[in-house]
Every structure is written in C-alpha cells, then in structure tokens.
Design a protein around this ligand. Structure first.
Ligand code: PMV
Length: 347
C-alpha cells in the first residue's frame, strides 16, 4: 500500500440523447440512456493521499474548490464516501485532500455533478490501482463508472466516450444498470467530432434538484409509458448512430428533450424549468432548419440552457447563426463551444 502521493485526472460532463429520468434504490435507472461525452466542459481533480494511523474514525478528507475550502460540497462527498465505502475499503486508511476546479464558469447552470463525481471516482480507481497493481484497465474503467454512478447517476456516463450507454437493454451488448459502457458498435462518420454549443440561458440555481425530479417519477401517471418509450428510443438510436441517419437523430433527440420536460410539467408537484428564452431558441432552431436544410438540433438537460448539436461540417454556418440570432437569448451573451470527447483522462 503506498504511503503518500497524488493522482490527478480530468473528467468531462456529458449530454444525454435518450434521457434518464426516474430511479430506484440505489441510484439504479428506471430506463436505459445514451449520451455524448463532452470534451471542453471538464472537472480537473487532484487527489492527495497519505496513510493515517487511526483508521477507526470517520473519513478524513479536505476539499478545495478552485484553491479554496468549499464547506457546502462536504456533505455530498461525505455521503458519496459512505455509499462507496464497501467497494473501496481503503478509503478510511488515508487522509485525502481533494483539489478540484472546472473549466466551465461556476454556477453557469451546467451541472458539475457528472464531471465532478466521475473525476473523483476515476482518481479513486487510480489510487486503488496502486494498491492492487494487477487490476486491468478495463476493470478500472468499469469500476470507476460504477462508483461515479453512486455519486450522481448520469456521472457514470462520463468515464468513457465518445458515446456511452447506461442501463441494461437487450439490444445493447454488455449493458448494465450498475455502470455505463462505451457504445459497443461502430458509430457512423457523420457523428465524428459532433459539435455541442451550450447556450447559457439562465445561470441561476435550479428550482428543483434532479433528485427530486427523479423521485417524482414514482407514481407519475405517464411513468410506465415513458420508460417503454425510452427503451424503444434506444433501439432506434442504436440504428441511427450506426447508419448515420441525421434526420432520425434530430427527431429522437428533440423528442427526448421535450419529453423530459413534459414529465416535469405533468408530475405532482409540477414545475417548469424552461425559460421564455429556451422556447425562443427552440423556435429559431426550427426556422433555421426549415430555411437552410441544416441538421442542427437542440437538446435540454434538467434546466433552461440549450445544447445545440450539429455535424462538424456545419460549424461555420452555425456559428454565424448563433452570433447573429441566438446570442441575444443568452444571459450576458454567454455560450460554450464544446464537442464530443473521449472521457476521463489521467494527468
Ligand atoms: O445524474 P442526475 O441525477 O443529475 O440526473 C440527470 C438527469 C438528466 O440530466 C436530466 C438526464 C440525463 O440522462 O442526463
């Protein structure tokens, strides 16, 4: 067992194409999901570890966010550690300092839980690899995804890229509810370097956390139909990713985004996370597509920001469209140019 040292990595955010909304204990998805792993929006985490004498007391860790102590993140990490302790029993044998920072603006409305939890899980697996030196890379990635899931469900899809899938489905070989896997089929070249520009519509705190949202799917009048639909969309999207059918892609991705928000609007209590600017952008995207024949489409997370997805070859035209028509709907004119990426990386 090493005495002291440091491991560091970066891990990205991801954007779901078929959405995960609804879970059962412990952090298991009610339906499978598929996502693009991002490239630019990442969390960088350094994990310093030092053997401790007394291993009987509680976890011993310190958390620094952008160089400063971050007490409000502590409870989340504490409960994450409690949840994963059985799988990483060496945790209490070390004093840990977790130094973390994000490449995307703080409270930009971009969820940092996926990148943050996957980065921490990935670092923990690097530490475990130093303890159990015979562990294979494949096992490490799988276990990192498994641990990340216990931190924040969708975080398990950030470990690998460019496309990952989480949740067991008969049509996806090797899929599991416990962890995400790299999409196990050859993806069509139409999706190579696929772009995701994130329009920051509202940077405020979310009114409803995703945990509360997931819970509201229990007893939701449309829950079972929604889970069936997601399962069907996985079958359809698998074919589309293989064949490169961009019109089919647009239809599924936009329908999934609107269905996610429809579930929120029809739960009890009901809520709306989209803002007027979100709807204006959606309408502009539809007009633009009609006028130009572009393959630009949108998707949404559990918030008001809009992700614009489009082929690499349309980059220049879409940039012009964004700056001339869409920037006006972004808070302080802010947006982030991202694209699909390869997942967590050791530094
Ligand atoms: O990982 P969570 O619990 O924050 O849930 C995320 C859910 C969505 O982002 C709305 C959809 C998804 O599949 O990522």
């Amino acid at each position: 067992m090493p005495n002291k040292g440091v491991v560091s990595c970066t891990s990205p955010s991801n954007i779901a194409l078929v959405k995960y909304w609804g879970k059962r204990p412990v952090q298991l998805p009610e339906n499978p999901s598929i996502s693009f792993t991002l490239d630019v929006c990442v969390t960088k985490t350094m994990l310093h570890y030092k053997r401790r004498e007394d291993t009987t007391t509680d976890f011993d860790f310190e958390l620094l966010f952008e160089g400063k102590p971050k007490p409000d993140f502590r409870p989340k990490i504490q409960s994450f550690f409690e949840r994963i302790e059985a799988y990483v029993p060496f945790l209490k044998q070390y004093t840990l300092t977790i130094e973390t920072s994000n490449t995307f603006p703080h409270s930009s409305g971009i969820a940092s839980s996926a990148s943050g939890m996957s980065a921490l899980a990935f670092c923990l697996m690097q530490l475990e690899k130093k303890i159990h030196t015979d562990m294979t890379d494949e096992f490490c990635l799988q276990k990192a995804s498994f641990l990340a899931r216990l931190g924040s469900g969708s975080a398990c899809r950030s470990i690998e890229g460019p496309v990952t899938t989480w949740g067991s489905h008969l049509d996806i070989a090797g899929s599991s509810d416990g962890y995400a896997i790299k999409f196990p089929y050859q993806i069509h070249e139409n999706f190579e370097n696929y772009q995701d520009t994130i329009l920051l519509v509202d940077k405020g705190e979310k009114q409803v956390s995703s945990s509360v949202g997931h819970d509201l799917m229990h007893g939701h009048p449309f829950a079972s139909k929604r889970f069936d639909q997601a399962n069907d969309n996985i079958i359809r999207l698998k074919k589309i990713l293989i064949s490169g059918d961009l019109d089919g892609f647009i239809e599924i991705v936009e329908s999934e985004a609107l269905t996610l928000h429809a579930m929120m609007m029809t739960s009890l209590p009901y809520f709306i996370l989209m803002k007027p600017a979100t709807l204006s952008i959606i309408n502009k995207v539809w007009e633009y597509r009609k006028e130009t024949g572009s393959k630009l489409c949108f998707t949404l997370d559990a918030g008001s920001n809009v992700h614009l997805l489009y082929p690499d070859r349309e980059k220049n035209q879409v940039k012009d469209f964004i700056t001339s028509e869409l920037v006006a709907f972004c808070q302080k004119g802010q947006y982030i140019c991202d694209k699909i990426g390869m997942g967590a990386k050791l530094l």
